[in-house]
Write a protein that binds this ligand. Structure first.
Ligand SMILES: [Zn+2]
Length: 131
């Protein structure tokens, strides 16, 4: 059996499992349900409140083969890749160490490259967690 770090093993995988952030999860789930997802989201707050988790769940919700759906399946390739951090369409950036002009230039170049997956080429499907 391979070892998995605690943060990955126990990280909530659905909006329902994300505890203590109901105002956030409900807002995001409703936006998806009503097809009113914004172009970008900034998750801000103290360490450990669920910024990265919320961003990953949102990414799954938008990229799931059954989506956009507030309840991503967790079983399709897209969901699995996002959960494992290996998705080519979802890029996680440590905002605590990427706040200079050069990093922003790099980010813009990276974003310019088109989507890799067959399903999503929608530029709205990007999320961001600040660190
Ligand atoms: Zn899925």
């Amino acid at each position: 059996m391979s070892y998995q770090v605690i943060a990955r093993k126990w990280r909530p995988q659905t909006f329902k499992d994300l505890v203590g952030q109901q105002h956030v999860t409900e807002t995001l789930a409703n936006a998806i349900r009503n097809d009113r997802v914004a172009h970008a989201y900034i998750f801000s707050g103290a360490r450990g409140v669920g910024k990265t988790t919320a961003a990953r769940i949102l990414a799954k919700a938008m990229n799931c083969v059954k989506g956009p759906t507030p309840e991503p399946c967790g079983e399709c390739d897209s969901c699995k890749e996002i959960a494992a951090g290996t998705s080519l369409d979802v890029i996680e950036i440590d905002a605590a160490s990427n706040r200079g002009i050069d990093q922003i230039r790099e980010l813009r170049e990276m974003v310019r490259a088109c989507s890799f997956s067959k399903q999503s080429s929608d530029p709205r499907r990007s999320t961001h967690a600040d660190g």
